[in-house]
Design a binder for this molecule. Structure first.
Ligand code: SF4
Ligand code: SF4
Length: 83
């Protein structure tokens, strides 16, 4: 029987993120460096956090748990692993 393995999808709401200039907590906590400042300014005039290397996410949830603006959601998906 196929064994499920962990897969995640990270969402950052640019309307809620207060910007990596004054925060960046999620980036600091993410050891695999999945997150990075966005190149473009958000409608709030800041560089929000963005997902730069989605495939490296381990699903630790730290970014979601510690974001003071509740801007991050980590979606946990299961995918069959036939390998
Ligand atoms: S922790 Fe939240 S508010 Fe701070 S930079 Fe990351 S997404 Fe934005
Ligand atoms: S869940 Fe963990 S590994 Fe994935 S983006 Fe957030 S802090 Fe990084």
């Amino acid at each position: 029987m196929a064994r499920p393995r962990r897969r995640t999808r990270v969402h950052i709401d640019p309307r809620l993120c207060k910007g990596t200039e004054g925060c960046g907590i999620c980036i600091s906590l993410c050891r695999p460096q999945v997150l990075a400042p966005a190149a473009e300014l958000s409608p709030r005039g800041v560089h929000t956090a963005t997902v730069a290397a989605a495939e490296a996410c381990t699903g630790c949830d730290l970014c979601m748990l510690y974001c003071p603006e509740l801007a991050v959601a980590v979606e946990h998906l299961e995918e069959a692993d036939n390998g």
